[in-house]
Each structure stands twice: as C-alpha cells, then as structure tokens.
Design a binder for this molecule. Structure first.
Ligand code: UD1
Ligand code: MG
Length: 471
C-alpha cells in the first residue's frame, strides 16, 4: 500500500494575510492543489492532509477522497504527523509533502520512491545543496558520508550552519516504522516543537535504515513563505508551461510576459504575442496569431484565427476568424468560419454564422446572424427592455446600415437591407428594405445666406476690426 500525507497546518505569518497560505493562488489555482495534482500522478491508494489555520476554508478546495486531519495547535512537524495517526497504521510506504512546496515534480518523487524501495529504507529524505541554506535543517554526515542527523537552524552551532546540504522536508517512510517512531519524539529543543527530523537519530539508534536522495534541480523544493517567493515560484511554473508549448511547436515571442494556465492546449505554428493571458479550459488550433494584450478564458479556438488586443470569454471561435483590436466576446458567443469582429465590438450569447462582418462599434447580444451578413458600424441590438432579454434574428446576406438600433424581439429576413440610422422595431421581411428615420430635406442656398448673416454680425460686434478699417 502507498499513501501520501501533505502537511499544511501553518498560517504562513510572513504572507501577512487573512487567507491561509496554501490557498494563495499560483496560476489561478490554490497552492495546495499543485501539490495534490503532483501526488495524484504517483497513484496513491489514499491521500491525507493535515490542516490547522482556517481548516474549513482549505477543506472547501479539496476533493472528497482526501482525508483531512486537524492539528489544533502548531507544535511542530512531528506533532502534525501525530495528528494523522489513524492514517499511518498500514503496511507500506508513506510519502510526506508540504502544502507550501508546490513546485515538486512527480518524476523526482518517483525516483526517490524507487530508491527507498530498492534499498528497503525505513526513511528516505529528499535533500538539496543550497548556496544560502539559512533557515533550513542541515544534513549532518559522518566521515564515511552516512547521514547521522538533521539539525534545525535554531539549534545549529556555527560549524553546522556552514553545511550547505539541507533537508527539503519531503520524506518517504515505512508507515509502521514511522508510527512507532513518533512515540519517541520529544520537544526538548529551542523551539519547543516536536521535530519530525528527530526521527533520523531515533531510527538510526534502533538500527533502522535512513538514507537520502539528492534532488537534481533545487528549484523544485523552493518553498513559499512570503509573496515574493509566491511570485518567484509562479514564474518558475509559468515558464515551464510556456517552454513545453514552445517545444511542442508554438511560438511564444516573450515567454516572460505570457501567462498560460496548465490545462490550456495549443497546436503547432500558432504564435502568441506578448502580454497575453490564456486561462482555464481553452484550446487553440494551428497557425493562429494570439495577442498582444489579449485575455482569453475558457474558449475553443480553431485554426488560422487572429485575436488582437481583445477579451474573449467562454466563446467558440471557428477557423479563419479575426477578432480585434479592442473586441470583447462575452460568454455564449459562437463565431463560425471566417467571421470578422473589429474594434469596439461586443458580442454576447450570439451565433454569428460564417462570413459575418461586424467591423466597428457594435453590440450584438442574444442574437443569431446569418451567413455573410454585414453589420454596419454602430449597430446595436437592443436586447433588454428593463425586465427581460429578447432575441434578434438576422438572416443571411443581410446588410444592416450603420448606426441602426434593432429593437428585440425582432426578425430581419434573408437578403434584407436596413437603412443607416434606423430604429427598427418591426420585423423586416426577406429581400426588403427596412428604414425608420425622418426624410431629408435640402434648402438650396440656405447655407450661403446663413454664413453671410453671421459674418455681418461678427464684424458689427468687433470694434477693433472697425478701427482698423478707419485707419
Ligand atoms: C522544516 C524542517 C526543516 C526543513 C524545512 C524545509 C522540521 C523540524 N524541520 O522546517 O528541517 O529544512 O522544513 O522547509 O521538520 N507544519 C504543520 N504543523 C506544524 C508545523 C509545520 O502542518 O506544527 C507544516 C507547515 O504548514 C508547512 C510545513 O509543515 O507546510 C513546514 O513547516 P515550516 O514551519 O515551514 O518548517 P520548519 O519546521 O521550519
Ligand atoms: Mg516552523
């Protein structure tokens, strides 16, 4: 049997936050979820977490299969594990992870587990060499290089503090040995805490095998204690995602300023321009151009789509379509093949069939727009009467003249034309002209006469000009 226990009772004082540390977000998901996702890749039979500070809030983000143990008072990492005693009584291995070390990789843990099993250890400790080991427990070894103990920073003398090999806090235990060992932990140290790390000595004294496993990339065990470290770890995770897309054939012009959520899928030869944010359950096809300055969330995007300086949410964008600059697609938008959505156009809960153009300054809401219809600049579908939303149905090959208001519920038939500047309140039949505005009159010569009158007025009222004339 194999289980994983995640320690996450700490408040995270240095975060200066009312939110428990492990709920602070990395790429839009709580820190603890990263650890859980990684642990799941190891296919444990059971997973547990030890919670303390605002445990109920943390529990809300955990799925039901995860066992929760409460540590009522933070008396150290050893005590945290004691609080999960019921979880430890089994024949097999237990992996201990931290909720605030989110960048640990499943491959590393797998290698560590294999070593633990091959060597039949009671305890295997993940260690690393740090340039600056301050704050961490140090790995003490004897002349033959065998680990003898872990010394916490608070209890270390000057010589020990110089040791650069540190304890990551990640371990694999033989569960029964751990359960038994916990009984011998004492809090007779500087911090008055029950140190899980004291098990090294306890195990060695009773002849059990303790070994270490050195992590290749020390960044994997970077912990998050304050918001600077939060940003640093997020950047690591973000660059990893960006680089993996790049290795799959996506061009990312500036990986440092590109934010892509882990579940996003992008096909090859798509180019992502700087300052672009692609969130949630989004898929993007081949040869698209996305960005710059674009936010996309939960969208399904085909091939050869171009989206510039725009916001798109919960929308479906078919191949060959162009969006932006400065467009907004709100939830429920479907843009079929080769549609054009231009600057300052907002679309919501609407289907635009292939070839539709809405190039400038429009609002299209709760509408259906048929194939190859042209929606002129400034067209507004008036979908809301103050109480209810209504639908606008526009047929195919329609021409909606600029600055028209289409008052829903409304149907404009196939091939119809709406005259510019109209307020359309009644259905327009197929192939008809719908026009609703007052007729134009031209008064010939009126402008010239009016200007002459104005000139005289101005001259009469300008004494300086009169003076100049006299001289
Ligand atoms: C611990 C190790 C130290 C190691 C360091 C790595 C001990 C005694 N020391 O340090 O050797 O270098 O981790 O980061 O184990 N937690 C609880 N309950 C508690 C205390 C801690 O759940 O009572 C959790 C925290 O939420 C956190 C993790 O355990 O996720 C580590 O706690 P932290 O206080 O940061 O570690 P240290 O004890 O300082
Ligand atoms: Mg501590």
């Amino acid at each position: 049997m194999f289980k994983v226990l995640i320690l996450a009772a700490g408040k995270g004082k240095r975060m200066k936050s009312e939110i428990p540390k492990v709920l602070h977000r990395l790429l839009n998901r709580p820190m603890i979820s990263w650890v859980i996702e990684t642990a799941r890749k190891l296919h444990p039979d059971e997973m547990g977490v030890v919670l303390g500070y605002k445990a109920d809030e943390v529990q809300k983000v955990l799925s039901e299969d995860i066992k929760v143990f409460i540590q009522p008072e933070l008396l150290g990492t050893g005590h945290a594990v004691m609080c999960a005693e019921d979880f430890l009584n089994f024949d097999g291995d237990l992996l201990i992870l931290y909720g605030d070390v989110p960048n640990i990789k499943a491959e590393t843990l797998e290698k560590m587990l294999s070593k633990h099993r091959e060597e039949s250890n009671s305890m295997t400790i993940l260690t690393a060499f740090f340039e600056n080991p301050t704050g961490y427990g140090r790995i003490l070894r004897n002349e033959s290089g065998k680990i003898v103990s872990i010394v916490e920073e608070a209890d270390a003398d000057e010589e020990t503090k110089k040791i650069r090999e540190i304890n990551s806090g990640i371990y694999v235990f033989k569960a029964t040995h751990l359960l038994n060992g916990l009984k011998y932990l004492r809090n007779d140290n500087k911090q008055r805490e029950y140190y899980l790390t004291d098990l090294v000595k306890i195990f060695l004294e009773s002849g059990q095998k303790v070994e270490t496993f050195l992590v290749d990339n020390p960044r994997e065990i970077a912990g998050v204690n304050d918001r600077i470290q939060l940003a640093k770890v997020e950047k690591l995770l973000r660059l990893e995602i960006n680089y993996s897309h790049m290795l799959n054939g996506v061009t990312i012009i500036d990986p440092e300023s590109t934010f892509i959520d882990p579940e996003v899928k992008i096909e090859n030869d798509t180019v992502i321009y700087p300052s672009t944010f692609i969130y949630g359950n989004t898929t993007i096809g081949k040869k698209c151009e996305i960005g710059p300055f674009t936010v996309i969330k939960d969208c399904k995007i085909g091939d050869n789509v171009r989206i510039v300086q725009s916001n798109c949410e919960d929308s479906e964008i078919f191949s060959g379509t162009s969006v932006g600059p400065f467009s907004r697609l709100r939830p429920g938008t479907v843009l079929k093949e080769n549609t054009r959505i231009g600057n300052f156009v907002e679309v919501k809960n609407s289907i635009l069939e292939s070839g539709v153009k809405a190039n400038h300054l429009s609002y299209i809401g709760d509408s259906e727009v048929g194939e190859n219809t042209n929606v002129g600049a400034g067209t507004i579908t008036c979908n809301y009467d103050g109480y209810k939303k209504h639908r606008t149905r526009i047929g195919k090959n329609v021409f909606i003249g600029s600055n028209s208001a289409l008052v829903a519920p409304l149907k404009v038939g196939d091939g119809a034309i709406v005259g510019a500047g109209s307020v359309i309140t009644e259905d327009v039949p197929d192939d008809s002209l719908g026009i609703a505005r007052s007729r134009q009159i031209n008064k010939e010569g009126w402008a010239r006469k009016w200007r002459m009158k104005k000139e005289k007025e101005v001259q009469g009222l300008n004494p300086e000009k009169e003076d100049a004339k006299k001289k």
